[in-house]
Design a binder for this molecule. Structure first.
Ligand code: 13P
Ligand code: ZN
Length: 279
């Protein structure tokens, strides 16, 4: 059957619908000006199997310039480079696509979507490196990596030292829920050129410990087992960052905060493993 004839059906699949919904939700939050941000999802083997009739294996392999043995043979649904999140819902096959990683883990090819010569996101190296690291760190549970440009988190990178401790403490103290949602804290990558192997390696290194990494003066990378968890992490961090900045801009002395002992108590109550090293 022709891909064209099948195009309606692949869009009905659960992971596809959830991916598209996240793109629309992220746009609605104001995190995706122009083509800002990107998203990737590691397909389950049964999902890749169901999609096989829709795949076109005739496109060329493209070198990745990084070696990813842990992802050999995997399939990823990804947003396209230069594509706008707000347009994904309107025309998925032009704005997103499925890529297959080669059996040697050093190249990819597009097997569905990204029509008319479109390419996967320029941040594909960081997405794949983060997938490899989070897959290992979560014993295969992690499937979603999400990059957005949320304003409050970016603004924080102008006024705080760029360390995991400074950011994690500021965010944890801004809202009680935070320590439950990211008890290990968040990592911070200093300003680097986007889109390359260097920033991919720096982010991947942090993803061994943290489920999220802030990119100074740029945005935030989040991970999760599913779309809800990953979007929820982005949302929680950005909301905490917004509260942090509102408190600073209120021009009043801070009279009380969530102390270290309160953070420990929340973690105990909800069975979260607080990263004590950051206190
Ligand atoms: P892409 O359009 O290539 O995904 O790039 C957007 C972006 O946010 C780069 O960091
Ligand atoms: Zn970006």
């Amino acid at each position: 059957m022709e891909q064209e004839d099948l195009a309606m059906d692949i869009l009905e699949l659960e992971f596809m619908r959830r991916f598209i919904r996240l793109c629309s939700d992220g746009w609605a939050q104001g995190w995706h000006e122009r083509n800002g941000g990107n998203l990737s999802y590691r397909l389950k083997s049964e999902e890749a199997e169901v999609c096989k009739p829709f795949f076109d294996a005739s496109r060329d392999w493209v070198p990745l310039n990084i070696q990813l043995n842990a992802l050999a043979g995997e399939h990823f649904l990804v947003t396209g480079s230069g594509k706008y999140f707000r347009n994904v819902e309107l025309c998925p096959a032009s704005n997103i696509g499925i890529v297959e990683i080669s059996s040697s883990g050093d190249a990819y090819r597009i097997v569905w979507g990204l029509r008319n010569g479109a390419a996967p996101t320029s941040e594909l190296p960081t997405h794949l490196m983060s997938h490899a690291v989070r897959k290992a760190a979560t014993e295969g549970a992690n499937r979603v990596i999400y990059h957005a440009h949320p304003s409050a988190v970016i603004a924080m990178t102008y006024i705080l030292p760029l360390t995991a401790g400074d950011f994690s403490r500021a965010l944890w103290r801004s809202a009680t829920e935070c320590v439950m949602v990211f008890p290990r804290g968040v990592g911070v990558v200093p300003w680097m050129m986007p889109g390359g192997a260097e920033i991919a390696k720096a982010t991947g290194e942090l993803m061994r410990t943290y489920s999220a990494a802030v990119w100074a003066q740029h945005g935030l990378f989040c991970s999760g087992a599913n779309f809800d968890e990953c979007f929820g992490l982005m949302h929680t961090i950005e909301k905490a960052a917004d509260i942090y900045l509102r408190v600073l801009s209120a021009g009043q002395p801070i009279l009380q905060t969530v102390t270290d002992d309160k953070l420990r108590a929340i973690a105990r109550e909800f069975g979260a493993e607080l990263n004590e090293e950051l206190l």
